[in-house]
Ligand binder design. Sequence first.
Ligand SMILES: NC(=O)c1ccc[n+]([C@@H]2O[C@H](COP(=O)([O-])OP(=O)(O)OC[C@H]3O[C@@H](n4cnc5c(N)ncnc54)[C@H](OP(=O)(O)O)[C@@H]3O)[C@@H](O)[C@H]2O)c1
Length: 156
Amino acid sequence: MFSIIAAVGKNNELGKKGDLIFHIKEDMQFFKETTTGHTVVMGFKTWESLPKKLPNRKNIVVSFEEIEGPDECVTDLVQFIKDNENTNEEIFVIGGGSIYAQFIDHAKRIYLTEINGEDSEADVFFPTFDKSKYKRTVLQKGNSGKLSYEMCRYEV
Ligand SMILES: NC(=O)c1ccc[n+]([C@@H]2O[C@H](COP(=O)([O-])OP(=O)(O)OC[C@H]3O[C@@H](n4cnc5c(N)ncnc54)[C@H](OP(=O)(O)O)[C@@H]3O)[C@@H](O)[C@H]2O)c1
């Protein structure tokens, strides 16, 4: 099964110029705790934005070309989704925007850190989804400087 994990601003902002917009320590910790020990799937641009492979996780990178560095490279995303959608293993989809858009209809859970901030220069956004179809649970909340945030879990 697929779980999406992402952090978004008020307008679903995800990133700008190849990097994250909001850098909230508690959210980084939440991401680490939630994904450690699991498989993570990401697009090539997100992979490129990381300083190194995410430790203690199987790193799968989606790219149209085979690349070296991650534990596995996926070039046929449709087949990958078919093969893994109904497994018991929780596979975390960690971005970016193009990858979230292709997984949004296949994810049973969406861990969304909703940040009360915005950035008019954002160039990548989380896809819209029908929140009324999901049960929303607030797992954690807090403030970081002027920003307030809630870590939510949406489940079908
Ligand atoms: N806020 C958050 O939670 C969060 C999380 C992650 C990332 N981000 C941000 O999101 C931005 C990156 O997102 P993005 O949408 O630009 O890029 P991305 O989704 O990370 O990667 C896009 C790349 O993935 C590959 N790809 C996508 N669909 C594919 C398919 N169907 N088959 C094969 N390969 C496929 C292609 O790689 P090739 O070009 O190699 O073929 C494509 O160029 C950055 O700013 C990053 O910081 C934010």
